[in-house]
Design a binder for this molecule. Structure first.
Ligand SMILES: [Zn+2]
Length: 221
């Protein structure tokens, strides 16, 4: 069947975009999941779910698009790939975005793993880093696969302190010299050494010997 929308208990419609071609049991499982688990989750955010971002549903192909691979559940219209949920507020919640609340993504993971026999997401096999795959594949003893690592959010604040100078780093004199090749750096170095004449033991960056050598060479040839 063609699943275009799921009607919520309060008669609101959640559009499946684009509409998904699914076998009836899979379409019913998606509808029940949206009505019972996902809609209340959106409500807990003070919003209403409006769309399900359908990345892929029915397609005649092998698993992970490998030619000759075992037929994917997509080929049996028994699977859907979801990237995001859209809320009536206009907000789109990507299920694989680390900046999205971790507890929210975990709630989606637990609800999906309770209903579908296969849930694959980031960290599963490298093919599901940008979407979540759900299917109702039948296996012996109702064996289920639930592989979706809900990654930790990235640190919000970058470390402010510079990295500690490693012991094997070249002496500061060398570093200063190479800095002095930039005109501004050279100027400020000069200003510094004017201000602090005690520091004259260090060779000046503006040493004239290399250009002099060059001139001599020019004369010779
Ligand atoms: Zn898939």
């Amino acid at each position: 069947m063609r699943l275009e929308a799921v009607v919520l208990p309060d008669k609101r419609r959640v559009s499946v975009k684009p509409a998904a071609i699914l076998r009836c049991p899979m379409a019913s499982a998606i509808a029940a999941w949206i009505r019972t688990d996902v809609a209340p989750l959106a409500a807990s955010l003070g919003s209403v779910i409006s769309d399900l971002d359908n990345f892929d549903s029915f397609e005649c192909r092998g698993r992970n698009r490998m030619v000759g691979g075992r037929l994917s559940e997509h080929g049996r219209a028994n699977a859907i790939d979801i990237r995001a949920l859209k809320l009536a507020s206009g907000r789109s919640i990507s299920l694989v975005d680390r900046t999205v609340s971790r507890s929210l993504r975990e709630s989606v993971l637990h609800s999906a793993c309770a209903r579908f026999s296969t849930v694959l997401g980031p960290g599963s096999d490298g093919y599901h880093e940008d979407h979540i795959h759900l299917d109702l594949m039948e296996r012996r003893n109702n064996y289920k696969i639930c592989q979706w690592d809900v990654w930790e959010p990235l640190p919000q604040i970058a470390p402010l302190l510079p990295a500690e100078r490693p012991d094997e780093a070249p002496p500061r004199e060398v570093a200063d010299k190479s800095d002095a090749t930039k005109p501004n750096a050279a100027k400020s170095e000069a200003a510094k050494s004017d201000a602090a004449r005690s520091d004259t033991s260090e060779p000046e960056a503006g040493d004239t010997s290399p250009p002099a050598k060059k001139r001599r060479q020019n004369r010779r040839f």
